[in-house]
Unconditional design. Structure first.
Length: 465
């Protein structure tokens, strides 16, 4: 940063003292010093910022600009004292290239990312030993990178989108291991010229990152968690859910609960057909809050709740829950329904899942995520929260975020806040687009933006696909 500031100041010094060779049309009219300085400053400010972000393009433009300055000074036979500054600046740029230009982030991250299969095995072991967060099981996706602490007692999952390293939820592991792996991730992001952020972080992690790392949590939304011990089908508030449950049973559907590892080939084919009718697999976007499919790696112990017609056997809808070993909770991983099935299928499946979970001694059921709920349905104070409320209300016209909140409210959940944690508030717009593209809420301009990394087809050294 000091070197970049020195180079920028040196360029400003050159700009503030133009010679008579800079002329416009009339040779007798020389460009005003202040105008010339303003023009050069308008170019150098973004270049200086690019150097601070270690962008190769900014470095190349500055090298070319200094080469031009040196060439012009030599051609016009300027004294050595005027040649000294641009020559020193050019030499500094060339000698400090490794510090001023980030290497390709893929190469940086590959050296610190274990092969996929080994990473899966180690992540699974850490999940069984430490996982208490409802989104922890989704770290077993094959299209994310896994970064481990120096002692191997913590792991985080990440993706690179829009030149930002996005961490998927809370890291898993011991307290010291989590601190270590977060330090590693931030250092790697800087070394690769990437911004750094944590998506869907819990309130506990948000508080820690604010106090220990000086980072800024920005509210993202709320996760609905239903307490199974408090759930009942009695009462006026739950009337519509009770009616939907009864209607599904009356129309000949049988509600079943199975473990993914126990599914027969016929069951898997029926679930895959329902998924294809409800939502194609390629439309599954979220790398933080969902697995890749209902039979993704590490899901052998997941719970499938499905509605099967008693006569023809077709599956009208199903839900997948991933159990946590260190917390009596089932976390919703996927829910899909056949568009041709009767209304109320999802309500009936949730009721059956709650009853089954309670019978197994499970105390909590994590349901859908409601983005920006607090901004719209709770009092807000301050300028930026009011701006966020306005944007959230506009977004509700084109997305389903409010439908998810409304659907969850019927089950009287406890709302737990989730945040995006950023290094600086000025990085929020950049990270916001990265998160929105990853969650599939806006079409991604693939023609102009590099694809997210890693992907399943992007093999890591020495790994198995």
């Amino acid at each position: 940063m000091v070197l970049a500031a020195a180079l920028t100041n040196g360029a400003f010094a050159l700009a503030l003292a133009p010679s008579s060779r800079f002329e416009i049309a009339d040779p007798s009219k020389v460009i005003d010093d202040r105008l010339w300085a303003a023009i050069v400053a308008a170019v150098l400010v973004p270049l200086g910022w690019g150097i601070l972000r270690r962008r190769k393009g900014a470095w190349l433009v500055l090298v070319i600009a200094l080469v031009v300055l040196v060439t012009v000074d030599v051609l016009f036979e300027e004294p050595p004292t005027e040649l000294l500054l641009p020559v020193l600046a050019l030499a500094g740029l060339l000698l400090a290239r490794r510090r001023l230009v980030a290497e390709p982030f893929r190469e940086t991250l590959r050296r610190h990312t274990l092969p996929t299969r080994e990473a899966m095995i180690r992540t699974q072991a850490l999940l069984e030993a430490y996982a208490r967060d409802s989104m922890a099981p989704f770290k077993l996706r094959e299209d994310v990178g896994h970064l481990f602490s120096s002692g191997g007692d913590a792991v985080l999952a990440f993706r690179v989108e829009n030149r930002a390293l996005l961490v998927a939820g809370d890291p898993i592991g011991s307290i010291s291991g989590v601190n270590d792996v977060l330090h590693q991730a931030r250092r790697l992001a800087r070394g690769a010229g990437l911004r750094f952020g944590i998506v869907a972080a819990s309130q506990e992690l948000s508080d820690r990152m604010r106090e220990e790392f000086g980072m800024k949590p920005v509210y993202l939304g709320c996760e609905a968690i239903v307490l199974t011990g408090d759930f009942t089908l009695e009462g006026r508030k739950i009337k519509k859910v009770r009616q939907a449950h009864a209607r599904v049973l009356r129309e000949g559907y049988r509600l079943e609960r199975k473990c993914v590892g126990e599914l027969t080939p016929e069951d898997r084919a029926a679930l895959a057909a329902c998924q294809e009718r409800g939502r194609a697999p390629e439309e599954e976007q979220s790398f933080v809050m969902a697995p890749e499919s209902f039979d993704a790696p590490g899901s052998d112990h997941s719970i499938v709740v499905l509605a099967r017609h008693e006569q023809d056997g077709h599956v009208a809808g199903f839900m997948v829950f991933m159990p946590l070993t260190r917390r009596p909770m089932w976390s919703l991983a996927m829910q899909l329904r056949d568009p041709g099935s009767p209304n109320g299928i999802i309500d009936a499946l949730i009721v059956h899942a709650l009853l089954e979970a309670r019978s197994e001694g499970v105390e909590e059921l994590s349901l859908n995520f409601a983005a920006a709920r607090r901004y719209v349905y709770e009092p807000v104070h301050g300028f930026w929260p009011r701006v966020a409320r306005l944007l959230a209300k506009l977004a509700m016209r084109w997305t389903q975020i409010d439908q998810l909140r409304y659907h969850n409210e019927k089950f009287s959940p406890v709302w737990e806040p989730r945040s995006v944690i950023v290094e600086h508030v000025l990085e929020v717009p950049h990270l916001a687009f990265a998160v929105i593209w990853q969650e599939g809420q806006l079409p991604r301009p693939n023609a102009f933006i590099r694809p997210a990394w890693p992907q399943r087809a992007d093999m890591l050294p020495g790994g198995e696909q």
